[in-house]
Design a protein around this ligand. Sequence first.
Ligand code: FES
Length: 575
Amino acid sequence: MGSDRTRGMRRGLTSYGDPAFSLYLRKAFIKAMGYSDDALDRTIVGIANTFSGYNACHRNAPELCEAIKRGVMLAGGLPVEFPTISLHESFSHPTSMFLRNLMAMDTEEMIRAQPMDSVVLIGGCDKTVPAQLMAAASADIPAIQVVTGPMVTGSYRGERLGACTDCRRYWGMHRAGDVDQAEIEEISGKLAPTAGTCMVMGTASTMACMTEALGMMLPDGAAIPAIAADRLRHAEAAGRRAVALAEDGLAPSKIMTSAAFANALRVLLAVGGSSNGLVHITAVAGRLGIEVDLEAFDRMGRETPVLVDLKPSGQHYMEDLQNAGGMTAVLRELEPLLDLNCLTVSGKTLGENLAAAPSSWEQSVVRPINSPVHPQGGIAVLRGNLAPDGAIIKQSAALPALFKHRGHAVVFDSLEDLAARIDDPNLQLSADDVLVLRNAGPKGAPGMPEAGYIPIPKKLASEGVNDMVRISDARMSGTAFGTVVLHVTPEAAVGGPLALVRTGDLIELDVEARRLQLEVDAAELERRRAAWRPPRIPHGASRGYLKLYLQHVTQADRGADFDFMLPPLNGRMTP
Ligand code: FES
């Protein structure tokens, strides 16, 4: 074993007060794994293996792990896999967002605690990649992100199906009475037909694309299907590269710069990505003291067209994006709007990666920049007296006829209130009304669940209404669609203006003017504020992780990370 105390098995020794004894004991135990002295003398690459029996999106993590190990060994290193928390959207009560910060802390501390010179992070499902990038930013040892990759599409009676845009579409039809119980059961067996992540441009796909643009993933790793042989070759390449990355000492903070975050935000807009991408990338940037400038992001949105024609905004699926040239095709079209000098985990700049990639070909999934799917980016930032610190709308998934709309509020005070009353036949409302859900933000729900996609009340759905203006302090799944205003900040549970809205108030949404306004005069709002009381503390909040979460989670505009995980902002903002 080399004598460098900062490398390999000598890194971060357990504290026994005698470093030589600590190393001796460590070697004694690691030898029980059957390693030779030669193996233990190599560059060590940790592999965060997030396989879990509860996480079908990570079903292929073990074979990716084997491919990464092969790559590490081909490059002369020693791979050592280790487990961390794994989160799947449908198996995370009350919501995976509540647990994202816990996974980030777990991953960061395991990277720090265990001896490794670099780390390959296997993520995929929505919150796992953000958590791993947050961890990588904070631990700041060389790191490469590998994703499990998207599922390939299923088929139902000749129709191509994908999770979970089509899950929602069919559920909407079921609610409207057009699809019966037996059929909806049959469809549920077709929506997620393989290992991998949701194959539309939901949060998992969005985060994969943004991670590649950010420079934390090897080129073209975002869209390869989970079950493709190329996915394993990509993993092998990541393992191989992780050895060189360790030797170069190319840490995440050198890759995830303000300019790199701006590239990732451009890609979020250009792929028509999930609104969750914004809150997650804000959290990752925050770990490096970098602030996402929402005004700059909105300006970016006005000049960045949507180029990728994928569901839920468009028609195709992730395997089609891969067949169209993957992220290289997207980044090539976006070149004039990107900072090509940003360094990536390949050791080359983004521009060099693009120059080295195979040439693009004619296809219909990634549009040319002068003939986009939408002329403006997928997400707009709204301000107004209802959202002083901002709110967002995924305009690419919204109904243009509702972009400028004035309507009376129908207020739901909580998720429970929504569930209890939304389908009440006596609920007084019309399609022109504005559905408002509050106390569903980071502290309110808690965990800022994906409840912003408020269902169309059954009695309106059955009349054929399929979209209404909906406003909340919650998030929305990237696979959902509709005229849905999200992330209203500050949230109602901390006394944001959303807490003061009453059923019958007029609300104006003007997407073009970026305005969200509650048409109630200031004096009346002050009276309501004086009478406002915070919602009751949730059950179980006197101890444990929930207590920690409620005390320290930040608002959406700071990424809903924990305040104590953030370094002081260093004045760096995304351009
Ligand atoms: Fe895992 Fe959709 S549930 S990516």
